[in-house]
Design a protein around this ligand. Structure first.
Ligand code: COA
Length: 186
């Protein structure tokens, strides 16, 4: 793997270690100062959590999305981005694009399966509902698909996207937020 990928690998080793075990996560909006840490979380989660579902070439291509930190930060700041923290340190993030689309959801590998994504997506579901969204969609990676299924998202279609020279599969998944109410007019 290239130097950029190697740089990403070890930066988040301490997150999820003994020091933060048992500390309840908190949520807050993303701040401009978070960008560098969110890049690290992005890389950590892809590198360590998605490696069973995607090839090394696909993983490297996916991680390269954050290679230009400024562009990556601008993308996150252009959306509603929430950060989950543990003991004050960012541990995961979610971005809502428009009112209905989850564009990014990444949890640091060291704190996976501790309910961080559940907290983040639960908050986004509530915010989207308040903003009038009737449904939420996500192009879920193969790694994230079981998570979205567990939250009641339903698979709609299979997609293949190209990143650099690599093709990656994902699945568009949808969750209805508000049940359509019966008409009062007969
Ligand atoms: C998908 C992802 C965000 C889930 O984050 P997480 O904080 O570990 O998820 P949670 O702890 O909230 O999981 C809640 C439930 O989802 C399901 N789930 C989550 N990850 C799962 C996995 N790898 N395999 C099977 N089920 C999973 C389980 O039902 C889990 O409940 P349980 O732990 O009590 O069994 C995380 O694995 C990740 O960042 N993956 C790599 C990046 C990625 O694919 N992002 C999505 C792009 S669309």
């Amino acid at each position: 793997m290239g130097g950029y990928v190697a740089l990403c690998i070890d930066v988040y080793d301490n997150v999820g270690g003994e020091a933060v075990t048992g500390v309840a996560p908190a949520l807050r909006p993303m701040l401009p100062a978070d960008v560098a840490m969110l890049v690290k979380i992005f890389c950590s989660s892809i590198e360590e959590l998605a490696a069973e579902d995607y090839s090394p070439g696909q993983i490297e291509a996916w991680m390269s999305v954050a290679e230009d930190e400024q562009t990556f930060g601008a993308r996150l700041q252009g959306m509603l981005t929430l950060v989950a923290t543990i003991g004050g340190l960012p541990a995961g993030f979610v971005s809502l694009k428009g009112t209905e689309e989850i564009d990014m959801l990444y949890v640091a590998a060291g704190v996976a399966r501790q309910g961080i994504a559940t907290l983040l997506v639960g908050a986004v579901e509530k915010l989207a509902g308040v903003r009038g969204a009737k449904r939420l969609t996500a192009d879920a990676s193969d790694t994230a698909r079981p998570f979205f299924e567990a939250r009641g998202f339903v698979a709609e279609r299979r997609n293949t996207v190209i990143l650099g020279d690599e093709w990656l599969g994902n699945t568009t998944m949808t969750k209805t937020l508000v049940a359509s109410s019966p008409s009062v007019h007969q």
